[in-house]
Ligand binder design. Structure first.
Ligand SMILES: Cc1ncc(COP(=O)(O)O)c(C=O)c1O
Length: 360
């Protein structure tokens, strides 16, 4: 199968094998990873290895803490402003896609939101480059990769206020200056493992500034103090994340992940641009290396293409339900051969249909 799912999505084969072994017999202890207590030394080792791999891959020091929390990235849309934004204060947000818009909606429950950059005027088909952030904003929030629309920030915005980023769909796909961020969050189910766990990396000095009472389970400080063991963590999802992080490190770290993403994306976009039956949906310079979005103008042909993908073992090519069209997700674990396969199918499809579309 060629797995172009947008998330949950493709994982390295060796991670799947190790995770399956861990379900039967974790590290040869005679028990499954699903059967051991989260406060045992066995799981403690998993958690601390996961935490130190995150720090190592992101090149972070002691000022940042790594947490593994429940609730997916959607919970962070609420937990971030609850911890960082008082009712009378303002946070700056970039509205560059469906997920950013959802984050804005939640932040408004906790304080004022200043939308400093929006690409809504053109269906979120580009990234706004020039915008300013008031120095009084508590933080600037943006989504580094827009999974649904297929755009990605290829730069870190310049600002003096703390940066908060939803990196759910491009986390660990490229080296970045992660120390510039006050808070990073990401659901694990794309580049980091199985659904069910959320990575939060937070700089400790931005916490403890709001006046409101924060429910115990929502307060990052409590999770830091408890070392991500405030309550029962999603043990299996943390285990798969640790195995995936180990794999990333073994394969050559973030520089190698980036090299592979560029190789996959170049092949895909060059093919897309050479075949007029397929129409790209976003501007060239802001294209995502993770999620390529495009369409075929004739809905009947689009359906036919999707059927052919399925017949050829290519899954996940249908676009998000909110925007339609087509989407090919190319996360870290996707082999180049899968991109070669879909490019081959697109060329064949184009050869069969280009004259029909041209006439129309
Ligand atoms: C960029 C981004 N943010 C947030 C989410 C929501 O994540 P979750 O379903 O884990 O809450 C997604 C899901 O695909 C996403 O791609």
């Amino acid at each position: 199968m060629h797995n172009f799912n947008s998330g949950p999505s493709v994982l390295p084969q060796e991670v799947l094998k190790q995770a399956a072994e861990g379900i039967h017999d974790f590290n040869g202890i005679g028990l499954s990873i699903l059967e051991i207590g989260h406060r045992t030394a066995w799981f403690g080792d998993v958690l601390s290895e996961a935490r130190s791999l995150v720090k190592e891959l992101m090149n972070l020091g002691d000022e940042h803490e790594v947490l593994f929390l429940h609730g997916g990235a959607t919970t962070q849309f609420m937990q971030v402003p609850m911890n960082l934004l008082d009712n009378s204060e303002t946070a700056a947000y970039c509205d560059n896609g469906i997920w950013g818009s959802k984050a804005i909606k939640e932040a408004k429950l906790f304080g004022n939101v200043d939308v400093v950059a929006s690409s809504k005027d053109k269906n979120h088909s580009y990234i706004v480059k020039n915008f300013s952030v008031p120095s009084t904003a508590r933080y600037l929030h943006y989504t580094t990769n827009n999974t649904v629309e297929g755009t990605e920030w290829h730069f870190i915005p310049e600002t003096n206020v703390p940066l908060v980023a939803d990196m759910s769909s491009d986390i660990f796909s490229r080296p970045m200056n992660f120390s510039r961020f006050g808070l990073i969050y990401a659901g694990a189910q794309k580049n980091m493992g199985a659904a069910g766990v959320n990575l939060v990396v937070v700089r400790k000095d931005i916490l403890g500034k709001v006046k409101r009472a924060i429910p115990t389970i929502m307060d990052y400080r409590n999770h830091i103090e408890a070392g991500s063991l405030l309550n029962t963590p999603p043990v299996f999802a943390v285990y798969v994340a640790m195995l995936t992080l180990r794999w990333i490190k073994k394969e050559g770290g973030l520089a190698e992940m980036e090299r592979r993403s560029i190789e996959r994306a170049k092949l895909f976009y060059n093919t897309l641009d050479s075949l007029p039956v397929f129409k790209p949906l976003v501007v060239k310079e802001d294209r995502s290396l993770m999620n390529a979005t495009f369409t075929i103008e004739d809905p009947e042909l689009e359906k036919e293409f999707l059927d052919e993908c399925r017949q050829n073992g290519m899954v996940g090519v249908k676009g998000h339900r909110s925007v339609g069209g087509l989407r090919v997700s190319m996360y870290n674990a996707l082999p180049l051969s899968s991109v070669e396969a879909i490019c081959g199918l697109m060329k064949e499809f184009h050869a069969r249909h280009s004259t029909v579309t041209m006439k129309a």
